[in-house]
Design a binder for this molecule. Structure first.
Ligand code: NAD
Length: 490
C-alpha cells in the first residue's frame, strides 16, 4: 500500500523529481478523524512556484509536439494505473479527508472515468471546417495549447478535483503546475507518483504543496502561467479573478454553492427524504453541490420535516464504511460553521437537529459536526446566503410552485438545484427557469458526470464549464485558418 510509503514530509514534484520547499519550511497535516498529526508537507513559496513554472515552460513544447492522440495514450496509461492502484488512492483519500473507504473508492472511480474520457478526447480533438463567402477560400478552426496551466484546487474530493483539471489541461497540450490543496497533500503527491510511473515526460506535470497565500497566489500572479483554473471558495475566486484581470489571462472559476432542493406537494416524500439526506449530508456536506436550502410546499412541510429530522437523527458519524458521514476537513472550518449556527440561533432560528460539535469519546478529538437541520430562518439571513460547506441544511416553507421557484432563484449562487415532483409540467418548468448550471428532477443536487459540463451562474463561477468536452475550451486556444487556392494552378 502506498499509505505505507508516505514520506514524513510530503514533497513537491518538480521536473519529475521530489523536492522540499527551498526554504525548508513545513506545515502539519492533521487527521480530520483523530485530530492527530499524519505527516508534514512542504510549505512552498514564490521561488518554488517560479521554478515549477519555468520547468513547465521548458517541457511544454515537447508535450504539445506529441499531438493529441499520443498524449491521449499517456493519459490512458495514467488512468489504467489509477485503476490498478484504486485501493491505494482511495486509502489515501480516506486517510486525508476522514471519509469512508467506500466513499473514497467511489470518488476514485469518478477520477479514473474522467481520465479515460479525457484520454479518448485525444482522438476526438475536433476543430471545425466551415464555409467561406469567397470562392476558392477554405475556412477552418483548430485547437491549440495555451502553454502552462496553473491549477488550484480544493480538498473536499481531492482525487476527483485533481482529475477534473489535470486531464483536460494535459490532453490539450499544456504543461501543468498544480497547487495541491493544503488539507490533502499526499493524494496529490500520489497522483504525481502514478503520472511518473505512467511515463508522463518530466516537467509536464509539476505539483506544488503549500498554503493559499504563499503558493497559490504567486501561481495565479505569475506571467509564466497562460491559463488559471481554480476550484474553491467564492471569496478566493474573486481575488484570483482580480489578479487574472490585471494581467488579462484566461481564468476558469468553479466556486461555491447554496443549492436549493424543492419538495412539491405531489412528491414521493420517502424518496425526497432519501435524496435530501444524501444531498445535504454526504461527504459531511463538503460538496459545492450540497443541498443547503430545502424548500418545501406548506401542504407537505410537517410530514416531510418530521421524517427528515427522524432519519437524520439516526445517521452515524465516523470514518468507517458502516458510517453515513465523516468529519469536516479541519478545525477552522468546523469553528466557522459553529459560529454561523450560533448567530442564527441568537437571531431566532430553531435548531431542529444538531448544531453542535460531537463531544463523545469516539469523536471528540476529530472535527465532527452533528448533522444539523435549521428552521425558522429568513431566506435573506446570513445562514441562508452563506455557503457553510458542512452537514448543515435549512428548511423553508413555500405556498406553491411560483413561490418555491422564486425562493430558489433568490440567491447569490447558482450552481445546482433539484426538484421533487410527479408533474412533468412542474419538472420541465423548473429545469427551464431555475438559475443554475445543473438542474435535477427527482434526485439530489449532485455534480456532473465526467462527460458533462459542470459549472455555475452568478457567484458560483465565471461562466466556464469543466469537465466534459467543454473543458477543452478552457484549456485551448482556437485558431481560424483560411486557405486561398488558385484553381488555375491545379
Ligand atoms: P478555498 O478557496 O479556501 O481554497 C481552495 C484552494 O485555493 C486551496 O488550494 C487554497 O490553498 C487556495 N487558495 C487560498 N487562498 C488563495 C489565494 N489568495 N490565492 C490563490 N490560491 C489560494 O476553498 P476551500 O475551503 O478549501 O474549499 C471549499 C470551497 O470550494 C467551497 O466554496 C466549495 O463550494 C468550493 N468547491 C467548488 C467546486 C466547484 O466545482 N464549483 C468543487 C469543489 C469545491
Amino acid at each position: 500500500m502506498f499509505t505505507d510509503l508516505i514520506p514524513a514530509i510530503i514533497p513537491n514534484w518538480i521536473n519529475g523529481e521530489q523536492s522540499d520547499a527551498q526554504s525548508g519550511r513545513v506545515f502539519d497535516k492533521l487527521s480530520p478523524h483523530s485530530g492527530g498529526k499524519l505527516f508534514g508537507a512542504s510549505r512552498s513559496s514564490a521561488v518554488d512556484v517560479e521554478q515549477a513554472i519555468q520547468v513547465a515552460r521548458d517541457a511544454q513544447p515537447g508535450w504539445a509536439g506529441l499531438g493529441p492522440v499520443q498524449r491521449g495514450e499517456v493519459l490512458h496509461t495514467i488512468a489504467h494505473l489509477m485503476r490498478s492502484y484504486q485501493d491505494d488512492i482511495a486509502g489515501m483519500v480516506a486517510l486525508e479527508t476522514g471519509m469512508s473507504f467506500s466513499a473514497a473508492t467511489g470518488e476514485t472511480a469518478a477520477a479514473i472515468a474522467q481520465g479515460e474520457f479525457m484520454a479518448g478526447e485525444g482522438r476526438r480533438f475536433y476543430g471545425r471546417t466551415t464555409t467561406s463567402a469567397i470562392p476558392d477560400k477554405y475556412a477552418s478552426i483548430i485547437r491549440q495549447p495555451m502553454g502552462v496551466a496553473g491549477l488550484i484546487i480544493a480538498a473536499n474530493t481531492p482525487i476527483a478535483n485533481i482529475a477534473w483539471k489535470v486531464f483536460p489541461a494535459l490532453i490539450c497540450g499544456n504543461a501543468v503546475v498544480l497547487k495541491a490543496a493544503e488539507d490533502t497533500p499526499a493524494t496529490a503527491w500520489l497522483f504525481g507518483l502514478i503520472a511518473e510511473e505512467a511515463g508522463l515526460p518530466d516537467g509536464v506535470l509539476n505539483i506544488i504543496q503549500g498554503l493559499g497565500e504563499e503558493a497559490g497566489a504567486p501561481l495565479a500572479a505569475s506571467s509564466g502561467v497562460d491559463v488559471i483554473s481554480f476550484t474553491g471558495s467564492t471569496a478566493v475566486g474573486r481575488r484570483i479573478a482580480k489578479t487574472a484581470g490585471e494581467r488579462l489571462v484566461k481564468v476558469s472559476l468553479e466556486l461555491g454553492g447554496k443549492n436549493p432542493l424543492l419538495v412539491c406537494d405531489d412528491a414521493d416524500l420517502d424518496k425526497a427524504v432519501n435524496w435530501t439526506l444524501l444531498a445535504a449530508f454526504s461527504n459531511a456536506g463538503q460538496r459545492c453541490a450540497a443541498a443547503s436550502r430545502i424548500i418545501v410546499f406548506d401542504a407537505v412541510y410537517d410530514q416531510f420535516r418530521n421524517s427528515l429530522v427522524e432519519r437524520a437523527r439516526s445517521l452515524k458519524l465516523g470514518p468507517d464504511d458502516s458510517d453515513d458521514l465523516g468529519p469536516v476537513i479541519n478545525e477552522k472550518q468546523l469553528n466557522n460553521m459553529l459560529a454561523v449556527v450560533e448567530r442564527a440561533r441568537q437571531a431566532g432560528a430553531s435548531i431542529s437537529l444538531g448544531g453542535h460539535r460531537l463531544d463523545d469519546e469516539a469523536h471528540a478529538k476529530g472535527f465532527y459536526m452533528a448533522p444539523t437541520i435549521i428552521e425558522n430562518v429568513d431566506p435573506h439571513d446570513e445562514i441562508s446566503v452563506t455557503e457553510l460547506f458542512g452537514p448543515i441544511t435549512c428548511l423553508y416553507r413555500a405556498r406553491d410552485f411560483a413561490q418555491a421557484l422564486h425562493m430558489a432563484n433568490d440567491s447569490p449562487y447558482g450552481l445546482t438545484a433539484a426538484i421533487h415532483t410527479r408533474s412533468i409540467h412542474r419538472a420541465t418548468e423548473f429545469t427551464r427557469k431555475i438559475q443554475a448550471g445543473v438542474a435535477v428532477v427527482n434526485g439530489g443536487t449532485h455534480g456532473s458526470e465526467p462527460h458533462m459540463p459542470f459549472g455555475g451562474l452568478k457567484q458560483s463561477g465565471n461562466g466556464s464549464r469543466e469537465p466534459g468536452p467543454e473543458a477543452l475550451d478552457v484549456y485551448s486556444e482556437l485558431k481560424d485558418i483560411y486557405i486561398n487556392i488558385d484553381p488555375g494552378l491545379v
